[in-house]
Design a protein around this ligand. Sequence first.
Ligand SMILES: [Zn+2]
Length: 242
Amino acid sequence: MRDQLKLLEELQRHDAELIELESLCKALPERVQKVEAAIAALDQLLAQKREELADTESFRKNQEQDKKEAAEQLSRAKAKSSQVRNLKEGNAASRELETTRRQLEQREEEIAKLSQAISEQQGKIAEHETRVSEQRKELAAEQERVAKRISEMQSKLQAAKAHRDELASKLRPDFLKKYSTIRMRRGLAIVAVRDGTCRGCNMRIPPQLYNIIQRGASLEICPNCNRMIYWAKLLDEVSETA
Ligand SMILES: [Zn+2]
């Protein structure tokens, strides 16, 4: 019976390790997914910035067309002003010259502003492109690391499962069944009783039951939490932490 209790306790520790290994295996691809998500977000941002740049460029193109027209208008006004025949025509011509000159200046200012904006936007795009390419490098490295870790973990997991099967095969089938049922409901299936107290629920064990488990001749259940119990001192040398 002591061997069976020991096996149960060992199986339980082993199962906890298995769960940890499995959750580690699951968490690994999540790291890759995080980097992938960061890249997707950057790509989206980059596409948006490129669209903004295209808008600004097309606006500048319009302004350049307007500037060309303003320049033509100005040269027409200049030609006109050289052909004035009286004061009235002279005044009108110089007003027109002034207006068209101002229009041309405004277009030129606008184009200068747009050119400035375009170069800023191009700078930002280049920055984002650098970041994306850095992230892609990081992703490749992460993928490699994770793939390696996963294959390591999987062989560990396989070995752990094989060991678990071996442990389980040594257990009495009815004990194993009981263990699985309690574990499913309560997490811990088997707990130590120390100083008369069940370590699963921290309640005192009835004295008569305490005497029974000290003999270690049978598998007993805590009347309070319904877990399998054993007297801690019985297994002390195998389980310091129980
Ligand atoms: Zn209990």
